[in-house]
Design a protein around this ligand. Structure first.
Ligand code: 5GP
Length: 346
């Protein structure tokens, strides 16, 4: 047994210190980023925020709404091949740059991925997603996928430490997804005791990835626009959101009406609800590692998006970053023992 005594930080442990700036207005800030990927022979330009590949978030409807604004949706892996074909036959031009096809690592997943890609050869991203990216089987799957799809931008995760980021990038991933346990409907830390504070995970993993010419996605734990700014400030190239995109018209999950109020169901992909729905229940040898909740219905995602992007532009003006790309080098975090004043927050 060993103990690491360095303190590791989460979003709630820091704030971003304001800096002198020559920017006059938020409208001068560009949130677009352009990336060239390590393995796939391609570039991408857009706003580097991604809707999570959960069936309550990463829907085709969400993809259409977010693509219009230049964001990406990691479309969940539970759509059928027919659903994909219907979607792509009606999807607007350019959508291919804003969609990641999600897959697990079983033989069935690989086969389904091959069918989706063969019908939709222009979709740019593949997201290979497992709860625990530390297994040898996962690394082998990434290698195999890279060989099979040399031109696709491959996202692989989740991990939280630099050495595993390096291993996945060397195995063929372009982008590594970072986060174990911070998610809003995740109970991994409760059920297993395993995890890593997200801000420190981003700082350490971004350093490892950038050293090898790769990128990272910070996945999970953002609950307010300020957290997204902190994730970018810490070095994340992309930020993935689950809970913040849940509960909208474009989200999945059942719409519930109670006492004249509307809610939408939202659940973790390892929750009993998701396992009942997709694999006929929680297997005897495992525990669910996700919650099921109801979130107040928020209407169109466009309103939430304005709030997020407006917040992010404002962060950039506070530190004098004319482009999102400059945010990390303009960020000084201060460790804090308080966040916002919650007197009127219930
Ligand atoms: P959020 O933005 O809601 O805080 O986090 C979203 C992320 O939580 C997802 O992208 C995924 O990585 C993670 N996640 C989703 N469902 C589950 C689950 O059932 N269990 C765990 N441990 N993590 C989950």
């Amino acid at each position: 047994m060993r103990i690491e005594y360095d303190i590791k930080l989460g979003f709630k442990d820091v704030m971003i210190r304001p800096k002198r700036s020559t920017l006059k207005s938020r409208s001068q800030v560009s949130l677009k980023r352009k990336f060239t990927f390590k393995h796939a022979n391609t570039t991408w330009e857009g706003i580097p925020i991604i809707a999570a590949n959960m069936d309550t978030v990463g829907t085709f409807e969400m993809a259409l709404a977010l693509a219009e604004k230049g964001l990406i949706t990691a479309v969940h892996k539970h759509y059928s091949i027919t659903d994909w074909n219907v979607f792509s036959s009606h999807a607007p031009e350019g959508i291919e740059n804003h969609i990641a096809i999600s897959t697990g690592t079983s033989a069935n997943d690989a086969e389904k991925l091959a069918s989706i890609v063969s019908f939709n050869p222009h979709f740019k991203f593949i997201c290979i997603d497992v709860a625990n990216g530390y297994s040898e089987h996962f690394v082998d799957f990434v290698k195999h996928t890279r060989t099979k799809y040399p031109d696709k931008v491959i996202i692989a995760g989740n991990v939280v430490t630099g050495e595993m980021v390096e291993e996945l990038l060397l195995a063929g991933a372009d982008i590594v997804k970072v986060g174990i346990g911070p998610g809003s409907v995740c109970t991994t830390r409760v059920k297993t005791g395993v995890g890593y504070p997200q801000l420190s995970a981003i700082i350490e993993c971004a350093d490892a990835a950038h050293g090898l010419g790769g990128q990272i996605i910070s996945d999970g734990g953002c609950t307010i626009p300020g957290d997204i700014a902190k994730a970018f400030g810490a070095g994340a190239d992309f930020v993935m959101l689950g809970g913040m995109f849940a509960g909208h018209q474009e989200s999945g999950g059942e719409l519930i009406e109670r006492d004249g109020k509307h809610y939408k169901q939202f659940y973790g992909m390892s929750s009993a609800t998701a396992m009942d729905k997709h694999v006929g229940g929680v297997a005897e040898y495992r525990a669910s590692e996700g919650k099921t909740v109801e979130v107040a219905y928020k209407g169109s995602v466009e309103t939430t998006l304005k709030d997020i992007l407006g917040g992010l532009r404002s962060t950039c003006t506070y530190v004098g970053a004319a482009k999102l790309k400059e945010l990390t080098k303009r960020t000084t975090f201060i460790r804090v023992a308080e966040q916002e004043n919650r007197i009127y927050t219930n």
